[in-house]
Write a protein that binds this ligand. Structure first.
Ligand code: C2E
Ligand code: MG
Ligand code: MG
Ligand code: MG
Length: 289
């Protein structure tokens, strides 16, 4: 199977040409099989300080390669898992792998936090939080080793409930990051009440970012908001190195995107990090040249 320019295929690409679309039920079935066979795994994408190019964290992103060797996008299978309740074991597997990786990195002297995306379906699952905190304890990981990413859309779907949940996470010293910010409709009134550590600006404002554009105004506003609230603002989807200096000038703290690094297997990480440091030893990476 060939991967398109998006780097992965859609499940619908699997069907024999002219054949019927695979149904969500079939996809859910294949997904739970894949979970049992441990065919799902994590890649990690670095997050960099736009001030000095230092590594400030990594985001864990789940990957599924089918028996046919086809990569299916999480944007496609996470919603299926959510509808089919496979999301509970899937989510447990994701957090377990991410925590074990954090243990390994810490043993090697790397202290950066690992961000993990939490499905909206798990947001009010008190048992998940209990399992998570006891697992952290068993593994000897401090809560700062993890950051929980929740999408703005998930948070705002039921803001009062979300507020209670956020408090539960915070009382366990777990940091919350608001993912895909700007794609949803957070009222500033709610944002004011939410105890969050990071805002990640949705990629749609970053992808084609240019100086003087409306995107730039939005990014600057969100960065100012974050600064006022004392939360870090991360720009996601930074595809072009020429955007680094602009994002920094607009007030963003951190950057993540293909122009820094693509998501990669954990084994590839040390080599990437060495290369990045060598490249940016002489000159800080994000100054306009
Ligand atoms: P997200 O959490 O906002 O993750 C960022 C997505 O943008 C990732 O796509 C990442 O590979 C991609 N990305 C990063 N930099 C660039 C860039 O410069 N250009 C472009 N075009 N894309 C970039 P991915 O891995 O396909 O994941 C898509 C979404 O699926 C995630 O968006 C998240 O909502 C969900 N997802 C991924 N992994 C997990 C997971 O472990 N659990 C849950 N619940 N959701 C996940
Ligand atoms: Mg995310
Ligand atoms: Mg995002
Ligand atoms: Mg997204």
């Amino acid at each position: 199977a060939k991967h398109g320019s998006r780097g992965y295929m859609l499940y619908s690409d699997l069907r024999p040409s002219g054949g019927p679309q695979p149904s969500p039920v079939l996809l859910a079935h294949r997904l739970s099989e894949a979970l049992e066979r441990q065919e799902l795994f994590l890649h990690y994408q670095p997050k960099i300080s736009l001030q000095d190019g230092q590594l400030v964290g990594v985001e864990a992103l789940v990957r599924w390669r089918t028996r046919e060797g086809v990569n299916i996008s999480p944007a496609e299978f996470i919603p299926v898992a959510e509808r089919a309740s496979i999301i509970h074991p899937l989510n447990d597997m994701i957090f377990e792998q991410a925590m074990q990786q954090a243990v390994q990195w810490r043993a090697q002297g790397w202290q950066f936090p690992v961000s993990v995306n939490l499905s909206a379906r798990l947001i009010d699952d008190a048992q998940f939080l209990t399992r998570l905190t006891s697992r952290l304890y068993e593994l000897g990981l401090p809560p700062e080793a993890l950051v929980i990413e929740l999408t703005e859309t998930a948070l705002i779907a039921n803001p009062n409930q979300a507020m209670t949940v956020l408090e539960a996470f915070r009382s366990n010293q777990l940091a919350i990051s608001v993912d895909d910010f700007g794609a949803g409709y957070t009222s500033l009134g709610y944002l004011r009440e939410m105890d969050i550590a990071e805002i990640k600006i949705d990629q749609m404002f970053v992808r084609q970012l240019q100086a003087g554009s409306r995107d730039a105004s939005i990014v600057r506003s969100v960065a100012a908001l974050g600064k006022g609230f004392g939360v870090h603002v991360t720009a996601e989807g930074v595809e072009d190195p020429s955007q680094w200096a602009l994002l920094r000038a607009l007030g963003c703290d951190h950057g993540q995107g293909y122009s820094i690094a693509r998501p990669m297997p954990a084994e590839a990480f040390p080599q990437w990090w060495r290369k990045w440091q060598q490249e940016h030893q002489q000159q800080p990476p994000f100054t306009a040249s």
